[in-house]
Write a protein that binds this ligand. Structure first.
Ligand SMILES: Nc1ncnc2c1ncn2[C@@H]1O[C@H](COP(=O)(O)OP(=O)(O)OP(=O)(O)O)[C@@H](O)[C@H]1O
Ligand SMILES: [Mg+2]
Ligand SMILES: [Zn+2]
Length: 249
């Protein structure tokens, strides 16, 4: 595909300004347009979510609640970057639209010129774990550093992994670093935030349902940092968009 050369700057990305005796240069509009496209191309958004936006997020299934969730997420984008709450945490059941909304917000920020990376939580941990293997490739070795340093980190499906000390330490150190340095994080999770008191299910079996919490999976320190740095959005109970069925009850 050939890329047309910008007629305003002949492709240099700079426009010469001549005012009275002074001359200088300013960035051409094409520099920002190109940057937004480059940021999106290098953000590793999975194909399924590449077009996720606020416009194609339907509020039909629970109009009032989903519209209000969307308003909160949009306000996060509008107020970005926000030093007090540099992050956004979307909590809720599978298929309720968390990743869709997280990507919609993320893409708006990429369009505004911020840089960022999408990481599936499990994949990130696997790569960090394998980076301790002496035969690991450069990109695995980079994963941990990138998760710390990237301007915006979208961490999808936080906590979708069994707990090991390694997981807890790794996640805590990434979150601590980002929190201390006020580096934006957008995260989604299926975990709940009630304490892990067993909930007795209604079924005849009388089985005890230990619904996992953020603290169970990530530890108290990570949970505390997440809540300190993030605007928290709880998704309403809606039908799973993937299967069209209720995810529980
Ligand atoms: N309100 C919505 N309007 C349009 N599409 C939606 C909506 N909610 C979800 N979807 C679509 O349904 C699919 C599942 O949604 P999504 O992946 O965002 O769910 P999730 O809450 O992240 O689930 P999980 O916890 O399993 O990761 C996606 O393809 C998404 O684009
Ligand atoms: Mg998801
Ligand atoms: Zn130009």
């Amino acid at each position: 595909m050939s890329i047309a050369v910008c007629p305003d700057c002949n492709g240099t990305g700079w426009k010469i300004l001549e005012q009275a005796e002074l001359s200088g240069a300013e960035r051409c509009h094409c520099h920002f347009e190109g940057r937004a496209q480059r940021n999106e191309a290098s953000a590793s958004i999975p194909p399924l979510y590449r077009n996720a936006s606020f416009d194609n997020f339907s509020t039909k299934r629970a109009h009032r609640e989903l519209a209000s969730v969307m308003t909160t997420v949009k306000s996060f984008v509008r107020e970005f970057p926000n030093d007090q709450h540099p992050g956004l945490l979307l909590m809720g059941d599978p298929g309720s639209g968390k990743t869709h909304l997280a990507v919609a917000a993320f893409r708006e920020l990429l369009k505004r010129g911020f840089e960022g990376l999408f990481y599936d939580y499990q994949n990130l941990l696997d790569r960090i774990r394998s980076s301790f293997d002496p035969t690991a490739g450069v990109s695995d070795k980079e994963a941990y550093r990138v998760a710390m340093e990237s301007e915006i980190l979208l961490l999808d499906d936080l906590g979708a992994h069994r707990v090991t000390d390694f997981v807890e330490d790794t996640v805590t150190s990434i979150l601590t670093y980002r929190c201390n340095n006020r580096k934006p994080l957008i995260a989604t999770t299926n975990l709940s935030d009630t304490d892990s008191t067993p909930v007795r299910s209604e079924g005849a079996s009388g089985k005890v349902d230990y619904r996992l919490t953020l603290t169970d999976r990530l530890g108290m320190r990570s949970r505390s940092r997440l809540f300190e740095m993030c605007k928290v959005v709880r998704m309403p109970l809606v039908e799973d968009y993937r299967t069209g069925s209720w995810s529980r009850h």
